[in-house]
Design a protein around this ligand. Sequence first.
Ligand code: IMP
Ligand code: MG
Length: 179
Amino acid sequence: MKKISILDKDFELFIPYEKIRAVIEDMAEKMNQTLEGKNPLFLCILNGSFMFAAEVFKRISLLDAEISFVKLASYEGTSTTGTVKELIGLNEDLSGRTVIVLEDIVDTGITIDKVIDQLQAMNPADLQIATLLLKPDALKKDVKLDYVGLEIPNEFIVGYGLDYDGRGRNLIDIYKVVE
Ligand code: IMP
Ligand code: MG
């Protein structure tokens, strides 16, 4: 079993790239069917989703597909709002559009829930959510996920865009922490 160390943690190989690629190929095929005849706008949530987004988008065969990149800025809100996550960098008008969010991982679902609220407020005709990974046992929010690549146990992972304190995004395979 391939093992690596990042900062103070040890990780072992968990999902090889071949598996990730196969999952994304299936997802892109479904998207190509569902989105036929549309002018969809894919929205990549930076930073974690950049590899996933590239891998999906190059398999989208619709000539009318567009992609844009947004980021979540976190700041401290009031005592009642806690940490506020605001979507920044969106220049497109979403009203009346078919929007597909590309997210790396849904853990508690709090992040994607906030993303959905902010995007719904911009009146898209259809808002679809695609996540490469889902930790069902960690999920606290009732979110509608239209495309889920793989369900994984509630363990910390790195690689394929996902980081541990900024490190590990460049790993082509996904690793899980060894406790
Ligand atoms: P949530 O709000 O709890 O669903 O967390 C979602 C965000 O936390 C993701 O967009 C990731 O940036 C990060 N995250 C969640 N789980 C992991 C993990 O296992 N490794 C690295 N980042 C993670
Ligand atoms: Mg993320």
